[in-house]
Design a protein around this ligand. Structure first.
Ligand code: AMP
Ligand code: ZN
Length: 116
């Protein structure tokens, strides 16, 4: 746990969130400012700041995050109609919180490009 990281604090439940899914490696919760009817963030419990900092040792963790993202999308029943996954990376990518997270957006057509 990185003490000054917002999402580490959410994982530790020091900051409340609406939890959608949790296991040993992965945590998923509702985005506080939803951009779609379904807007969930899926994160590894391990603090990795961004996709830019994913290393060889993180292969298994990131594999689990992606597999659980698909599982959560099915849980939320957005899989058949479809959904968008986004990982914003660094400044130009629009990253605001530096604990890697996969956005799941669904429940309506998300459109051709993302403007968030
Ligand atoms: P990004 O721009 O990819 O770094 O996205 C960060 C996301 O975290 C944004 O969509 C925010 O709405 C969301 N967010 C920020 N603070 C919280 C919080 N306390 N609980 C849930 N989501 C949050
Ligand atoms: Zn963190």
């Amino acid at each position: 746990m990185t003490t000054d990281c917002l999402f580490c604090k959410i994982v530790a439940k020091n900051i409340p969130s609406t939890i959608i899914y949790e296991d040993e490696h992965v945590f998923a919760f509702e985005d506080i400012a939803p951009q779609a009817p379904v807007h969930v963030l899926v994160i590894p419990k391990k603090h990795i700041a961004s996709l830019d900092l994913v290393k060889e040792e993180d292969r298994e963790t990131m594999g689990v995050v992606m597999e659980r993202t698909a599982h959560i999308a099915r849980m939320l029943k957005v899989n058949e109609k479809g959904y968008r996954t986004i990982i914003n990376t660094n400044g130009d990518g629009g990253q605001v919180v530096y604990h890697i997270h996969v956005h799941i957006l669904g429940g309506k057509p998300i459109g051709a490009m993302v403007s968030r």
